[in-house]
Design a binder for this molecule. Structure first.
Ligand code: IMP
Ligand code: MG
Length: 186
């Protein structure tokens, strides 16, 4: 038995498909920022974006910086509370730099709206958004997504960084929990 129960997880986006799409986004980002004078810093939102960040940054052929921001709105619930907390701040100022926010998923958009307002106060040269996933059916506030991996249906997804009650972030694919009970052995 692996660390998860394959019978209770339906694969939505397999590892090869993820890898191909992330490579495409990295190539586009490289082209878009190649001529820019100011430096580019990728800001990943912890913890769900770490896989996407790690894979995406290796497909960007530019001298970028990486930084991380801890945000929390969810707890262990599957619904956003709309109240966003900074649990860990950036380690360096982004003033005058190009910021690319790297996010795992945009659901209602509330988290990203908060984050974009927060980043704007730091006077970066520009801010763009890369999100691996978006659930269009759930949008409450429209946020501009400059680099989108996949649009997905309104289902709670896990894996490739996204958690099921803090677990299963290390699944190499994006899946959904099907059947009764949690998708890992008790
Ligand atoms: P939003 O504020 O509603 O857009 O929620 C954004 C955050 O909620 C994401 O960054 C995720 O951390 C979390 N989230 C939303 N949908 C899912 C999901 O299907 N699986 C896991 N986490 C999710
Ligand atoms: Mg997130």
């Amino acid at each position: 038995m692996p660390f998860y129960d394959p019978a209770k997880i339906e694969i939505l986006i397999d590892a090869d498909t993820l890898a191909r799409r992330v490579a495409e986004l990295g190539a586009r980002i490289t082209e878009d920022y190649r001529q820019r004078e100011a430096g580019l810093v990728l800001v990943a939102v912890l913890k769900g974006s770490v896989m996407f960040m790690a894979d995406l940054c290796r497909h960007i052929d530019l001298p970028i910086e990486l930084d991380f921001l801890g945000l929390s709105s969810y707890g262990d619930s599957e619904e956003t509370s709309g109240v966003v907390q900074v649990t860990q701040d950036l380690t360096r100022p982004v003033r005058g730099k190009h910021v690319l926010v790297v996010e795992d998923i945009i659901d209602t958009g509330l988290t990203m709206q908060y984050l974009l307002e927060n980043l704007a106060t730091r006077r970066p040269a520009s801010v763009r958004v890369a999100s691996l996933l978006q659930k269009p059916a759930r949008t409450q506030v429209a946020v501009p997504v400059d680099y989108l991996g996949f649009e997905i249906p309104d289902r709670f997804v896990i894996g490739y960084g996204l958690d099921y009650q803090s677990k299963l972030r290390n699944l190499p694919f994006i899946g959904v929990n099907v059947g009764e009970g949690p998708p890992y052995p008790d």
